[in-house]
Design a protein around this ligand. Structure first.
Ligand code: ADP
Ligand code: MG
Length: 269
């Protein structure tokens, strides 16, 4: 397992976010305090509407917060210009979404290489790196396929490779297995565990406790607040894939801790 840094990659203090619709205020994040160390693999759980995606979008500098503090790599993220936010995103952050967001008329390799096009990396270098990353996620023999010629799990691997090509420090995955069956989901978790082993901080939003059980820490949100936050002993996806394929889910996933006293392991000793 990768070394988890003592220095927080992400530090939130009393973070608040509201959406306004006319004069109606929807208070979505209600004072989030959170430390995430460099190189952690963790999951965020919570009911639909509890604020998971809002939190993720703020972490990914796609959205602003109203109050409190967010430090990424030690730097305060409030009042960023659009330009600076874009610069930090391309330098620090990779995104993976439930619906893959691949460009349908581009090949797997072209999709993966695309972020480097925007960074003016020469074509040859882009393509070499894209193939290298596709091989790393197990798609070395699918580089010239179009998305529609790939399974859902394969498309998500392409999306992960694309997220990694700019060498991000943090990978944010919003329900990356939401569109996949159990066995395929576990394979994606294996890929994400490998990403973490390379030193990337990986944050996964999921509804599924067996998916969360494949990370090292679960943060549970209720109604815009952290209900509980604990370190767990991660499950090995490989051990669960056979069970999932046999339709036996009884061995999958940990017992999620009940709501109770919240612990924030934050920086591991
Ligand atoms: P989750 O990802 O946990 O399902 P979200 O963070 O997407 O929750 O949403 C939290 C709440 O904020 C929901 O009530 C949602 O309808 C609302 N919301 C999310 N985005 C917006 C937005 N851009 N404008 C207004 N309300 C929003
Ligand atoms: Mg969501």
């Amino acid at each position: 397992m990768a070394e988890v840094s003592r220095l927080p990659m992400i530090q939130l203090r009393n973070l608040h976010k509201s959406y306004w619709m006319g004069s109606n205020r929807l208070h979505v994040l209600k004072g989030i305090d959170l430390d995430i160390g460099g190189g952690e693999l963790l999951s965020i759980m919570g009911a639909s509407g509890s604020g998971k995606s809002t939190l993720m979008n703020i972490l990914g500098l796609l959205d602003r917060y109203d109050e409190g503090s967010y430090k990424l790599g030690g730097e305060e993220m409030s009042d960023l210009s659009e330009t600076r936010a874009a610069q930090l995103r391309s330098q620090f952050i990779g995104f993976v979404f439930q619906s893959f967001h691949l460009i349908q008329f581009k090949t797997a390799a072209e999709n993966v290489a695309l972020p480097l096009y925007y960074q003016s990396v020469p074509r040859r270098r882009r393509n070499d790196l894209a193939r290298e990353l596709l091989a790393k996620v197990g798609l070395g023999d699918r580089t010239e396929h179009l998305p529609r010629e790939l399974s859902g799990g394969q498309q998500q691997r392409v999306a992960i490779a694309r997220a990694l090509i700019t060498n991000p420090k943090v990978l944010l995955a919003d329900e990356p297995t939401g569109a996949l069956d159990s066995a395929t989901s576990f394979e994606i978790l294996k890929v994400l565990q490998n990403v973490q082993a390379d030193g990337v901080t990986v944050i996964i939003i999921t509804h599924e406790r067996d998916i969360a059980g494949m990370t090292d820490r679960i943060i549970h949100l209720i109604d815009g607040q952290i209900d509980w936050d604990r370190g767990i002993k991660r499950h090995d996806p490989a051990a669960e894939i056979g069970a999932a394929e046999a339709g036996d889910m009884s061995s999958a996933g940990p017992v999620v801790p009940p709501a109770g006293e919240a612990t924030n392991p934050g920086l591991r000793p």
